[in-house]
Design a protein around this ligand. Structure first.
Ligand code: HEC
Length: 289
């Protein structure tokens, strides 16, 4: 009996030792990677980390703010959609009750403001017509090459941009993030980027863009979008609203995911307590001697 206990203790120590080794090995590897990154691309090192914003959809009970999503859509429609497509999002998605929750008539009207390519018609020609709710947000350019020729770089599609732009948080922050539930790196980055044109004499300088030279000139300026709900018509407010809208576009099922996740955790806690009680009951007759 005693031998077995000693053996178990030894195995436990060995396991902890191995874990500690693995952790330190991971640490040295990431330091080495940091150093090679520093020599390869010094410009990337200069990017400040985007500040964390407070979002209504943060945390396990996070929910989208409908009014904010509607304002964000207005900014996307009036400004960003002149250059950026959103090919995975259909107009009818805007009626979703866990999204901007526009009415069906509103969706019909706003779809019709976009021109969509259709065809071929009887004569075999492609033609343009006003959008319908079942259409997807079109690209303002016929192809990425045309966009590049016009702007110097192709504007990325916005369907999943808020999730695709991730800030490298590295060890140990990504472990901390798992506990603090920080999943808003992408939106924080977009918000920072839109507010990051810090040199008035250089419209292509952006503090947060890797390398600082961005082909997109500052898309927002105070008063450019006419809000009707009394929200401030300022760049930070536009940036906040459109970033939230892009988060919804990238993850339309966010609310369902969070409430399901919460239910699963509750279930697991109850299940674990039951298992503990059962274990106590089964082992009750086996005394310590
Ligand atoms: C005049 C055209 C134009 C408008 C309007 C525009 N963009 Fe862009 N955007 C671009 C181009 C071009 C790029 C690619 C920049 C590059 O790669 O240098 C880009 C890139 C981006 C990126 C990606 C940056 C990265 O990390 O790769 C984001 C985010 C972005 N735009 C957001 C917006 C938002 C939000 C709006 C509306 C408020 C908007 N853009 C309006 C042209 C535009």
């Amino acid at each position: 009996m005693r031998l077995r206990r000693i053996f178990a203790a030894g195995a436990g120590t060995a396991l902890i030792g191995a874990l500690a080794l693995a952790l330190t090995a991971g640490g040295t590897r990431s330091v080495a990677a940091d150093q090679s990154a520093a020599t390869a691309a010094p410009a990337l090192e200069e990017n400040p980390a985007p500040a964390r914003q407070s979002w209504s959809f943060y945390g396990p009970f996070g929910k989208f703010d409908r009014a904010q999503l509607q304002r964000g859509y207005q900014v996307y429609h009036e400004v960003c959609s002149n250059c950026h497509s959103m090919k995975l999002v259909a107009f009818r998605d805007l009626a979703s009750s866990s999204g901007p929750a526009f009415s069906e008539d509103q969706v019909k009207a706003l779809a019709a403001t976009f021109k969509v390519k259709d065809g071929p018609n009887e004569a075999g020609d492609m033609f343009e017509r006003p959008g319908r709710p079942s259409d997807y947000f079109p690209s303002p350019f016929p192809n990425p090459q045309a966009a590049r020729a016009a702007l110097g770089a192709a504007p990325p599609d916005m369907s999943v941009l808020a999730k695709a732009r991730d800030i490298e948080r590295g060890f140990p922050l990504f472990i901390v993030d798992a506990f603090t539930q920080y999943q808003e790196e992408g939106v924080d980055y977009i918000y920072a980027l839109l507010n990051g044109y810090s040199k008035a004499d250089n419209p292509n300088y952006n503090e947060y863009f890797p390398g600082h030279r961005i082909a997109m000139p500052p898309p927002l300026s105070d008063g450019v979008v006419d809000y009707t709900d009394g929200s401030p018509k300022t760049v930070p407010q536009y940036a906040k609203d459109v970033s939230a809208f892009l988060m919804w576009a990238a993850e339309p099922k966010l609310e369902a995911r969070k409430s399901l996740g919460f239910a699963v955790i509750i279930y697991l806690v109850i299940f674990a307590s039951l298992l503990y009680l059962v274990k106590k009951r089964i082992w009750a007759k086996v005394g310590p001697h």
